[in-house]
Design a protein around this ligand. Sequence first.
Ligand SMILES: Nc1ncnc2c1ncn2[C@@H]1O[C@H](COP(=O)(O)OP(=O)(O)OP(=O)(O)O)[C@@H](O)[C@H]1O
Ligand SMILES: [Mg+2]
Length: 325
Amino acid sequence: MTPLPPSTAAGPAVGHSPPLDAEIPTPRTVAMDPDEIAEPRQARAPAPPRPDVSAATRPPALTKPGLAVRLRGLRAFYGEAEQVKGVDLEFRAGEVTAIIGPSGCGKSTMVRCINRMHEEIPGARAEGQVLLDDFDVYDPSVDVVAVRRAIGMVFQKPNPFPTMSVFDNVAAGLRLTAGRSLIGGRRSRSQAAQQPQVEAALRSAGLWDEVSDRLHEPGSGLSGGQQQRLCIARSLAVDPEVILMDEPCSALDPIATLKIEELIDQLKARVTIVIVTHNMQQAARVADRTAFMLDGRLVEVGPTDEIFTTPSDPRTEEYVTGKFG
Ligand SMILES: Nc1ncnc2c1ncn2[C@@H]1O[C@H](COP(=O)(O)OP(=O)(O)OP(=O)(O)O)[C@@H](O)[C@H]1O
Ligand SMILES: [Mg+2]
């Protein structure tokens, strides 16, 4: 395993745009969220030639498994207020883990600690350990951009870069994180070199067949469900180990939701998936394991069917049966 690269002085040229969602922090470095990064200059470059989709040039499917994430004594603060209060939890490689719990219990905060988005909020800090495989994500020598490349994030509201084409939306992550891998080599910034990666990401996101003839039209012209899959493609393009999904279907209709759930099922063999959801049926459908949080603490985690049928803690039973939350 390649060791984590040391932190580099300057991240990619990113700017600040006002967050559309107050819950999302304003970053100093790259994140796969257009609320948080300015559109790169390449957005206005001439459209690249259409990718050759013949079988001979089709990129091979990525088959490596994702990596496990382990939280050890994770605590998160906003100023003096402790909102994640010492969580020990493992997200297993090759599995989907759902995080459930009532509003305000710390699900989003905990998830944002995993790829170090939490610390971007003024006054916010985290303690404890987040291990990606054996790497300590919070080690001072670690490049935070590389962390966010290895651990992607998909938000509640689909958020493609509005003025960018479908192609450029997916390629944006490649440009912004070029050369910032935790594991693996450098990436080319050239559009021609990005084509196979963009196509592979769109195929993996189950979107290629719907957009292959409109790659150079604005991403904002897609339906809500397609936009969310575009955002997933944008995360996948940089070949992450883990994708964090914070209520990814809450703005989608049942058919678009089903497509995302099918996608999650296909992706989990090669990307470890953490999904926050308020939808108990969704957790039951997609998650191998489910973790129940309450008031900043992990109450219990286990196989999803056990959490829903025979939980060990009465508070879990009350929550999953709808008695509170
Ligand atoms: N930027 C912030 N500044 C201060 N406190 C915050 C901030 N973001 C969240 N909190 C507080 O931290 C606690 C946990 O919030 P968090 O958003 O993690 O909950 P959640 O479980 O994701 O809730 P929901 O299900 O409503 O999304 C809440 O009390 C919330 O008010
Ligand atoms: Mg939340």
